[in-house]
Design a protein. Structure first.
Length: 332
């Protein structure tokens, strides 16, 4: 078995054959090993001319244990940062790893890869409680598309995404939103979510039903206080709750488009943020007693979560930067 580590049984054979005076080549042929492998084993673990397999095996296991990476976060400030960001603010290990460089640019001790963080969380008993905060923590993934039945859109005067301006896709200007709904357990409440494509800023409003008029009013309430230049287009999915899209367009003066049926990737920004919301409100969570104040708290946590796509900045940071740039432009 060339290429693999020697086993305890093989070390026992080496001890017996070596004691009978066999040379490296002869022992190697008996064990189907390279002579160099036998030579290194004898040189590393012999005491004088005597080789003891039990002692050699013990030393081997000690060396293996010593060379394994240490997953514990021994530096106290780093450990506290990790526990706070993952445990209390819902960040992912990758976000923590990347954000450390921004928050502690001059401290090399505040550096850790996301892979090491995952290993620490799963390997350190005192950090295992963080497993529940990791993304995609469900025990088994449902097959893609399971339980869906295809049907065409039932939205009057629907305008397809193929007619949406190219600048929306480019994400270079503020004001293009994606919208969707999240359903509580047994449909006991709903969230209307809107995410701005450039800054990834989230707005969320709770509704009691999926009635199209109530959903339309929630979308208007969420965006009505925004400057006109920050509300240019909205792209919805094909749920019947958006059937009153023309009312939204009239009040906000916005152009509304619809993604293709069963093409959630066309609203990937909204889908991703809905997934972040589900970390605080998992599937089968009841929305019956969920208050708008609680929704606002969750929204603020998500808007203060760094994003890789934003250069490790948060949506709030990007939004405020764009707001500042707009004010400077208006004054000049």
């Amino acid at each position: 078995m060339p290429g693999s580590h020697l086993t305890s049984s093989e070390r026992g054979q080496i001890e017996a054959l070596h004691a009978h005076g066999l040379g490296l080549n002869a022992i190697a042929r008996q064990l189907n090993r390279w002579p160099s492998t036998i030579g290194r084993e004898l040189a590393r673990n012999s005491q004088g001319k005597r080789y003891e397999s039990a002692l050699a095996d013990k030393r081997y296991r000690q060396r293996r244990q010593a060379c394994r990476p240490r997953y514990r976060l021994d530096y106290a400030p780093l450990r506290a940062y990790v526990k706070d960001k993952i445990g209390h603010q819902g960040w992912t290990p990758e976000l923590v790893s990347r954000r450390l460089r921004l928050d502690f640019p001059d401290d090399p001790r505040m550096r850790v890869s996301h892979e090491t963080l995952y290993c620490a969380i799963y390997g350190d008993p005192s950090l295992r409680y963080l497993i529940a905060m990791l993304p995609q923590a469900r025990p088994k993934r449902r097959r893609r598309g399971q339980g869906k039945h295809r049907r065409g859109p039932r939205i009057p005067n629907r305008v397809g995404i193929e007619r949406r301006p190219i600048q929306v896709e480019q994400r270079k200007e503020l004001g293009h939103w994606e919208g969707d709904t999240i359903v509580g357990n047994n449909q006991d409440g709903f969230l209307v979510t809107l995410v701005e494509r450039s800054s990834r800023l989230l707005l969320a409003v709770k509704t009691e039903t999926k009635n199209a008029a109530e959903v339309a009013q929630a979308a208007v309430d969420a965006l009505l206080d925004m400057p006109v230049s920050w509300v240019k287009t909205i792209t919805f999915d094909n749920g019947s709750e958006f059937a009153k899209h023309e009312d939204i367009a009239k009040v906000l003066g916005v152009d509304i488009y619809f993604a293709d049926p069963y093409a959630s990737y066309q609203r990937g920004t909204n889908e991703h943020v809905n997934g972040l919301i589900r970390r605080y409100l998992p599937k089968r969570s009841s929305f019956k007693s969920l208050s708008q104040r609680s929704v606002n708290t969750i929204t603020e946590l998500i808007n203060n979560m760094p994003r890789i796509c934003l250069g490790d900045r948060t949506p709030n940071e990007i939004f405020q930067l764009q707001r500042k740039n707009l004010l400077v432009a208006l004054r000049s």
